[in-house]
Design a protein around this ligand. Structure first.
Ligand SMILES: NC(=O)C1=CN([C@@H]2O[C@H](COP(=O)(O)OP(=O)(O)OC[C@H]3O[C@@H](n4cnc5c(N)ncnc54)[C@H](O)[C@@H]3O)[C@@H](O)[C@H]2O)[C@@H](O)CC1
Ligand SMILES: [K+]
Length: 482
C-alpha cells in the first residue's frame, strides 16, 4: 500500500483499531512504538539525564515504554506524569511496569533534565493545551524529543492548538500525518523519523487514504520513447503582454526543460515580440492572433498568467481558451483577473495560486489550508497547486499531496513562473493534471536543492539557476527499475 500515504489522526486511530481487530495486541504495538523512539534517541544522543512528560493516553504509554528501555540501557530517566493513565488501558499496563523515579510535573524537574521527551499528546489531542501544560513546555531549554508529534500540533492540519514546543526530533509511527508536513507543524517537528511498529499495510485498504507526501513514486515523469515526436509531447502556448516579458520567458524556459515538444510565446505587440526573439534560440515567438492559434488543435496546453496583466482582457482570453477545450494552467494575472469569482476559472486544468492569489480568488483559507485547497478544487473542477514552503496540490476528486522539498531560497520573484512552466510542460506530455502539478512542485524543489548544493548558506537563488538542474531532477525521478 502506498508508502507516501498520510493518515489523519482519525484514520490512524482506525488503522490501530483495524490491526487490533485483526489480532495484533495494543500492548505489542505500544512496545514497538516505545522501542522505535528509544532507538532513534540512542542513535542521536549520548546517555544523559532524561525527563519523560507523559499524558493520560497511549502517547503517554509510549513514553513509559521508552523510559524503561532507556533505563535498561543505563540512562538516568525520570517520569513526570501529567495525569495517570486510564485504568485497564495499554498505557496503564506500561506505567505499571515502570519502577524508576516518578517526579512532579513541574518546571523545576524540567530544568534539571538534559533531554526532555514530550509524550503528552499525539493523535488524540482534541483541544488546545491547558495553560499549565503550555507553561511547562515553554520552560524547556534542553533538546526535546516528541513522541508521534509535538503536543499541541494538530496532526490533520499542521496548525497549533494553543501552544506546541519545538522538537529536535519527532518519531512517528506507520505513516506520517499531514501535520508532519504542513507548516507550522513541520518546522516544530525538527527531524522526523517514521517507524514501522508492526501494523500491516492491509489495514489501509479500508481506509483508502486521500492525502500523500509528494515524491516520485506518487507519480511518474513522462517517458520519451523512440516513437514520440515533438507534437506528441505538447505544444505549450504562452500568451505574453508588453509589461512582463521576463515572466513568460522564464515559464517557457521551464516548460522546454520539462520536456515539452514545442513551446511558443504569443504576443500581438511587435516591440514585445522583438524582445522575446532575443531570448533562447529554441523558443518560438508568434504574433498571430489567439483566434488563429486556437485553430491549430495541436497547440495544447496553454499557460495563462506569467506576463499577463490581471484585467478583463486576460479574463476574456482565459474564457476563450478554456471554451475552445484546451488544457489551461492558470497562474499570476489570470488568477487575479478572477478575484472573488472562482467560477471564472472553471474549465482550467491546473491553478497555481500563491497565498495572496488564493485569498483574492477564494477568500481566507483559515487554519486548515489542506481543506481550503480541496474545496477550491471542488468548486473550480481544477487541480489547485497552493504554493508555499509546504505547497498543497489538491484534485477535485479529493486527492491531495503535500510538497516538502522546497528550500526557503525558492521564495523569490520569478520562481512561480518556472513552476507554472514546469506544470504546463508536463501536462503537454500526457500527464494527468494532478500528477503534472505534483511532479512540477517536486521538480521545482529538487532543482532548487541541486542549484544550492555546495553554495554558501544563505546564497540567493535566481529562477534561471533552476534551468540547468531540471533535467537532472527529472532523471532522478524516473523509477530505477521498471
Ligand atoms: N494501538 C495504538 O492505539 C497505538 C497508539 N500509539 C500512541 O498512541 C497515541 C494516541 O493515543 P490516544 O488516542 O490515547 O491519544 P493521546 O495519547 O494523544 O491522548 C488522548 C487523551 O488525552 C485527552 N486529551 C486530548 N486533548 C487534551 C488536552 N488538550 N488536554 C488534556 N487532555 C487532552 C483525551 O481526552 C484522551 O483522554 C499516538 O500518538 C501514539 O503515540 C502507539 O502506542 C502505537 C499504537
Ligand atoms: K507528543
Amino acid at each position: 500500500m502506498n508508502r507516501h500515504a498520510l493518515l489523519t489522526p482519525e484514520e490512524m486511530g482506525r488503522a490501530d483499531a483495524a490491526a487490533i481487530a485483526a489480532g495484533r495486541s495494543g500492548e505489542a504495538l505500544m512496545l514497538a512504538a516505545g522501542r522505535a523512539v528509544a532507538e532513534a534517541v540512542r542513535r542521536r544522543f549520548s546517555p544523559r539525564r532524561t525527563l519523560v512528560l507523559a499524558g493520560p493516553g497511549n502517547n503517554g504509554g509510549d513514553g513509559y515504554v521508552l523510559a524503561r528501555l532507556l533505563e535498561q540501557a543505563g540512562w538516568p530517566v525520570a517520569m513526570a506524569p501529567l495525569a495517570p493513565p486510564r485504568p485497564g488501558s495499554d498505557a496503564a499496563a506500561a506505567a505499571a511496569r515502570w519502577r524508576g523515579p516518578v517526579v512532579p510535573f513541574a518546571a523545576a524537574e524540567v530544568g534539571r533534565a538534559a533531554l526532555v521527551v514530550d509524550a503528552l499528546f499525539g493523535a488524540g489531542l482534541s483541544r488546545p493545551l491547558s495553560g499549565d501544560v503550555a507553561q511547562l513546555l515553554r520552560s524547556v531549554r534542553a533538546p526535546l524529543v516528541a513522541v508521534d508529534i509535538p503536543s499541541g500540533v494538530d496532526g490533520a492540519t499542521g496548525g497549533i492548538l494553543g501552544y506546541a514546543p519545538q522538537a529536535a526530533l519527532t518519531v512517528t509511527f506507520f505513516r506520517r500525518k499531514p501535520g508532519h508536513l504542513l507548516l507550522p507543524g513541520r518546522d516544530l517537528c525538527g527531524e522526523t523519523v517514521l517507524a514501522e511498529i508492526g501494523l500491516p499495510d492491509t489495514v489501509l485498504e479500508a481506509i483508502a487514504p486521500r492525502a500523500f507526501g509528494n515524491a516520485p513514486g506518487l507519480w511518474r515523469p513522462p517517458l520519451r520513447d523512440s516513437g514520440s515526436h515533438k507534437f506528441s509531447r505538447g505544444h505549450v502556448t504562452i500568451p505574453c503582454g508588453a509589461a512582463l516579458p521576463g515572466a513568460a520567458r522564464l515559464a517557457a524556459g521551464a516548460a522546454r526543460r520539462a520536456g515539452a515538444g514545442l513551446v511558443s510565446l504569443a504576443t500581438d505587440d511587435a516591440a514585445t515580440a522583438a524582445i522575446l526573439r532575443g531570448g533562447e534560440p529554441g523558443l518560438m515567438v508568434t504574433t498571430e492572433a489567439v483566434e488563429h492559434l486556437l485553430e491549430d488543435r495541436r497547440r495544447d496546453p496553454w499557460l495563462l498568467g506569467p506576463g499577463l496583466p490581471p484585467d478583463d482582457a486576460t479574463r476574456a482570453l482565459l474564457r476563450r481558451v478554456t471554451g475552445a477545450g484546451r488544457m489551461v494552467v492558470a497562474d499570476g494575472g489570470a488568477l487575479t483577473a478572477c478575484a472573488g469569482d472562482p467560477a471564472g476559472l472553471q474549465g482550467a486544468a491546473i491553478l497555481t495560486p500563491h497565498a495572496g492569489e488564493f485569498l483574492r480568488v477564494f477568500g481566507d483559507p483559515g487554519d486548515d489550508r489542506l481543506a481550503a485547497a480541496r474545496k477550491a478544487a471542488d468548486v473550480t473542477g481544477a487541480v489547485i497547486l497552493l504554493k508555499g514552503s509546504d505547497s498543497i496540490i489538491a484534485a477535485p476528486d479529493g486527492r491531495a499531496a503535500i510538497n516538502h522539498n522546497a528550500p526557503p531560497a525558492l521564495a523569490t520573484a520569478g520562481s512561480g513562473d518556472v513552476l507554472a512552466g514546469l506544470a504546463a510542460g508536463l501536462l503537454g506530455q500526457g500527464m494527468g493534471a494532478f500528477d503534472a502539478a505534483c511532479a512540477a512542485a517536486w521538480l521545482h524543489g529538487d532543482a532548487a536543492q541541486r542549484a544550492l548544493a555546495g553554495q554558501p548558506a544563505g546564497s540567493p537563488l535566481l529562477p534561471e539557476d533552476l534551468f540547468p538542474e531540471i533535467g537532472k531532477s527529472l532523471a532522478s525521478a524516473l523509477p530505477s527499475s521498471p
